[in-house]
Design a binder for this molecule. Sequence first.
Ligand code: FAD
Ligand code: NAI
Length: 510
Amino acid sequence: KRRFRTLRWAWRLGYLSALAGVAYIGYGVYQDRHPDPQVVPDPSKKTLVILGTGWGSVSLLKRLDTENYNVIVISPRNYFLFTPLLPSCTTGTIEHRSIMEPIRTILRAKKASVKFYEAEASSIDPDRKVVRIFDNSEVKGDMTETEVPYDMLVIGVGAENATFGIPGVREHSCFLKEIGDAQNIRKRIMDCVETAAFKDQSPEEIDRLMHMVVVGGGPTGVEFAGELQDFFEEDIKKLVPEISDRFRVTLIEALPNVLPSFSKQLIEYTESTFKEEKINIHTKTMVKKVTDKTVEAEATRPDGSKEKIVFPYGLLVWATGNAVRPVIKDLMDRIPAQKNSRRGLAVNEYLVVQGTRDIWAVGDCAVAGYAPTAQVASQEGNFLARLLNNMAKTEALESKVRELSSTLNLEPGNSAEISRQIEEYERQLRRIKDVKPFHYSHQGSLAYIGSEKAVADVTWFNGNVAAAGGLTYLFWRSAYLSMCFSTRNRLLVINDWIKSKAFGRDLSRE
Ligand code: FAD
Ligand code: NAI
């Protein structure tokens, strides 16, 4: 009887927590749909220009007290993209809009209004303190190019795809950085499949079309190869059986192993899982040239001799890491202190661009001594929000102290009270002025490797834990779900996962 009573209480507790969860989500959704009216910023305040709507800039915006500045956001992309789930969009496991959050929604939730210009920054003049911007969208108005002056500037423009000047890469391969890239790949996979199934296609041509080549064995290449193999095993094979034995995925990596940033045991686990999944891995193989139908590479044999290998392909995905954007290169050329920096804007421990005043950089375009990851970019954005909020508070308090000090002689009868107020403001100033330099706290690395398996190098009580397999996959899913930008994104992603599991992925080409 006692056990029954305990069970009943447990059930009630579970029911109440579920109810509280639903109420919490409901309240969040209601708040998003009915935001409070926004304050119009005071024009006498400083103009803070933020470039980009990626991990660094949006993390900054989320925590920035926008009422302290006249904030202007400039980016060619009017949404935030949750990149960790981008590889899942290439096969339709997740629909692209589920991992996008409109910047207008993000900005509407701020206390004071923020201006947004959908434009690309083409150059930054640190002497005149202006950013030159242009409209690179399809629809153009009479005004397509102009300048935006700033008092303070935060650069979070990310990086572009590295090609190392290898001939044919830009013309013939697909990248995997933006939502358009994932859509392109999805279309191209199905185009290859349908073209291979075309009447009287020769066996050699079917082999070529069904050969999917991925260059770069970093996390992007590995996750994409895993997603692709899943798509084939779970859906294409069943629906287009006549070509199913010809489908192959090849991963080419210049270094001796894939996932160089993960621990040895996880590298071995990934490579053996890929072998089981029948993904061919060519390590110590450097791609030298790309044509419309082949990839030419040079492999280093165990005895050190070189061998030329030609891979015919239907789809080629190029994932060899980051390169510096032209607008950043141009700025670096204007600043003598950036002369020796190669991989982006060198910043100090407060993320100030070295050799400048009033310019900060976050994320992949900044060189602060950390890997170019979303984790680093978002922590940098959070840090900068704290710093800028503090700077604004400091200025406000300093001006109050100045004002009170000047009235001290004019109101001798009130001097005790004024001195007490000054002391109080100075005490507050001492407390908030003390912002420690940026310190990155690594939470670990996660990667999906296909067949419902993932690898994780996680920091746990100051130690490192390496985990791999099915349970790690569940951890991967829950971690990424919790990191999604909004409740809306979370619900859409869950819906996509259920949909693709229950009904299979959508094979339509558009
Ligand atoms: P981005 O997020 O790239 O944002 C740059 C912004 O600047 C964009 O809004 C862009 O439109 C805008 N912009 C570009 N040019 C200009 C210009 N000239 N003027 C103004 N604005 C401009 N990291 C992890 O930690 N975990 C992961 O699981 C993970 N998965 C990934 C999966 C993929 C497929 C990829 C490609 C990357 C992944 N990363 C991951 C890395 C992570 O996405 C990047 O490190 C992160 O996006 C960097 O943030 P950022 O703000 O510097 O740049
Ligand atoms: P990367 O820089 O991590 O890896 C690129 C790989 O391409 C390297 O291993 C390099 O040796 C190889 N390569 C370069 N040129 C080559 C050539 N010509 N031929 C063959 N191989 C060549 O790039 P990636 O994977 O795009 O990642 C970029 C950043 O984003 C990294 O910091 C990464 O950690 C992060 N990221 C993290 C993810 C995660 O945590 N799950 C997922 C995706 C990206």
